[in-house]
Ligand binder design. Structure first.
Ligand SMILES: CC[C@H](C(=O)O)C(=O)SCCNC(=O)CCNC(=O)[C@H](O)C(C)(C)COP(=O)(O)OP(=O)(O)OC[C@H]1O[C@@H](n2cnc3c(N)ncnc32)[C@H](O)[C@@H]1OP(=O)(O)O
Length: 244
């Protein structure tokens, strides 16, 4: 199954409609005929620019933001624990929550022009969809902490050095070759290894650790520093496009 985020004009930002689409993806991926799930996006400029600030800036309080963060973190946990391999084809910039979505996947095939990073810190919040927890699961500790706390974007070669990018993609053939290799192995083997990973996450309270991340982000969300940072971003847009 392939899910394509299709809002290129807004750099594939996540709104409630995309969240609902991801929830449908999780439902559909339960079918026994599904061998793997691919998440990608339209265009070449962005995989996903995180939450849609033009929508989510209306969430002012800890409780209001918690509801959005919790819904998205639940769907990302369901994606992470799907019984089949989940592959992010990172077709462009993955920032903020967009980086969290890609990190929730098992593999990240990153186009060579894509710059990715956990930029939530520039908005005076932390990751809030589970991506910080998943990064700490995935990368060497110091690399994960560096990626989270620097709150900056990195080019594909650095993402590969960190161990975040599974492969760097320079042409469509690189993606084709990745899936051709996957298909040489029986789906039952992929499912069995995924089950081993899920059992490890269940035994190490991964879902509870995500819940703590969500609650921490919601606390920071309510503070002035976050709302002022979002207003600066949206005002920059307005200056560029007075009609917007
Ligand atoms: C817990 C997760 C957390 C949350 O929301 O809950 C987050 O995800 S926090 C992080 C939120 N995301 C951002 O702060 C990223 C903002 N966007 C960018 O940094 C850039 O747009 C980038 C790097 C993704 C792409 O840069 P590029 O120069 O290619 O494009 P523009 O910046 O000119 O953007 C084009 C157009 O799209 C609008 N846009 C882009 N991202 C968002 C967004 N996340 N929410 C709302 N709107 C977005 C941007 O304002 C431009 O609009 P226009 O009217 O055409 O000027």
């Amino acid at each position: 199954m392939t899910f394509t985020i299709d809002r290129p004009e807004i750099r594939n930002a996540i709104n409630n409609e995309v969240t609902a689409g991801l929830e449908e993806l999780v439902e559909g991926a339960q079918h026994p005929s599904v061998r793997m799930v691919i998440i990608t996006a339209s265009g070449k400029q962005a995989f996903c620019s995180g939450g849609d600030l033009s929508v989510f800036h209306a969430l002012r309080t800890e409780q209001q933001s918690y509801r959005m963060l919790k819904r998205m973190s639940d769907v990302l946990y369901s994606i992470k624990t799907l019984p089949v391999p989940v592959v992010a084809v990172v077709n462009g910039a993955a920032v903020g929550g967009g980086c969290e979505i890609a990190t929730a996947c098992d593999y990240r095939l990153v186009w060579d022009h894509a710059k990715c990073g956990f930029i939530q810190g520039t908005l005076a919040i932390t990751s809030g969809w589970g991506g910080g927890t998943y990064l700490l699961e995935t990368l060497q500790h110091d690399q994960a902490l560096k990626m989270l706390s620097e709150a900056k974007v990195y080019p594909a070669n650095e993402l590969k050095d960190f161990g975040w990018a599974t492969i760097i993609v320079q042409e469509d053939q690189d993606i084709k070759a990745f899936f051709e290799r996957m298909k040489t192995i029986h789906p039952d083997v992929h499912r069995a290894y995924k089950e081993m990973a899920i059992r490890k996450w269940q035994k190490t309270d991964l879902q509870e650790r995500v819940e703590q991340e969500v609650r921490r982000c919601a606390v920071l969300w309510e503070r002035d520093a976050h709302h002022e940072a979002v207003d600066r971003f949206l005002n920059k847009t307005k200056k560029r496009n007075p009609s917007s």
